[in-house]
Ligand binder design. Structure first.
Ligand SMILES: [Zn+2]
Length: 315
């Protein structure tokens, strides 16, 4: 859909999301969360989840605008966020093949040039978030690709293993190395890097301003949520420290974070909320502004990690 048409719809409805949520019709977020937690406990992926994850017709989502300066260009189960500045675009996460190709088409479908993307920031080195880095290196002539050093290491390591080998395409060498508290600034927009190791050792989170009809909010994309790549109590303890660090940042008095721009849509009922926002009663109502839910989520993650720590210490 052309940007002008989107804008027209936006003016009519006060909201521009135009997601086609076939994925939701198949499996709602709470069901996906439940299946992932069964997967975590049993170590074997439920067949219902496996077929949902591997069906391109279900996973493909029409790109949509969520805030004045933020568009969703990802998949049903993995996010990719496009942040607009007055000097180009910042992309968060690369997806994996063949979906990185679809992501690039999404960007063009929204009316942008691929040469407008100046940064690609990666949350961590798992295939679903970093697998398309090599494709992006080829396709984006003006982009710096950023990840933590540990993230780059885990990406190269996972890319070289037979698991997910078709999903991975890495550049020949790491590009930009992200560090804690680093400010990535592009024109009028800054994304602050918070290293949050735990889900993997290289996991990082990103904090930035978003605007809803001109009103400013602070949002976070939390790098990794699951305890599915844990080896040993040290990593779980580090995970807990990162959750505490994020919670402290979220509740910071002078600059609180109120929006969870999730790395996995099902973990924040993203697609359901997009549907509900189509009937938004007024510009002042935005379901995505919900600090309480974000804090609840972090507390839930901490509780799960504390339970896991007991198990890891017994091993
Ligand atoms: Zn991961």
């Amino acid at each position: 859909m052309k940007k002008t048409i989107l804008l027209a719809i936006s003016l009519m409805t006060g909201f521009t999301a135009q997601a086609e949520n076939l994925c939701l019709n198949q499996l709602p977020s709470n069901k996906v969360n439940q299946l992932f937690s069964e997967f975590g406990k049993a170590g074997k992926m439920p067949s219902e989840l496996e077929s949902w994850l591997n069906d391109p017709a279900v996973q493909t989502v029409t790109p949509f605008q969520l805030f004045d300066n933020v568009e969703f260009v990802g998949l049903c189960w993995v996010s990719a966020w496009l942040i607009k500045s007055d000097e180009g675009l910042i992309l968060i996460d690369s997806l994996y093949q063949p979906y990185t190709d679809a992501l690039l088409k999404n960007v063009e479908q929204l009316g942008y040039k691929l040469s407008d993307i100046k940064y690609v920031l990666i949350t961590h080195g798992h295939f679903d978030h970093a697998g398309g880095l090599g494709v992006l290196k080829q396709a984006l002539p003006n982009a710096r690709l950023g990840m933590t050093l540990e993230g780059w290491k885990e990406a190269y390591q996972d890319a070289s293993s037979p698991r997910h080998k078709d999903d991975w395409k890495m550049p020949t060498e790491p590009d930009l190395i992200l560090t804690d508290n680093q400010a990535i600034t592009l024109g009028n927009t800054t994304v602050t890097v918070y290293t949050t190791p735990g889900h993997t050792w290289g996991t990082t989170s990103f904090v930035f301003d978003v605007f809803d009809h001109g009103k400013k909010y602070k949002a976070v994309t939390i790098g990794g949520l699951g305890l599915n790549a844990i080896s040993g109590p040290d990593q779980v303890e580090t995970y807990i420290q990162s959750v505490d660090k994020l919670k402290k940042r979220v509740l910071e008095k002078n600059d609180p974070i109120t929006i969870d721009l999730t790395a996995h849509p099902f973990s924040a009922n993203l697609m359901e909320n997009v549907e509900r926002m189509k009937n938004r009663p007024s510009q002042d109502v935005n379901l995505f502004v919900n600090q309480k839910e974000l804090v609840n989520k972090l507390e839930g993650l901490k509780k799960a990690a504390e339970d896991r720590l007991v198990i890891e210490k017994r091993k």
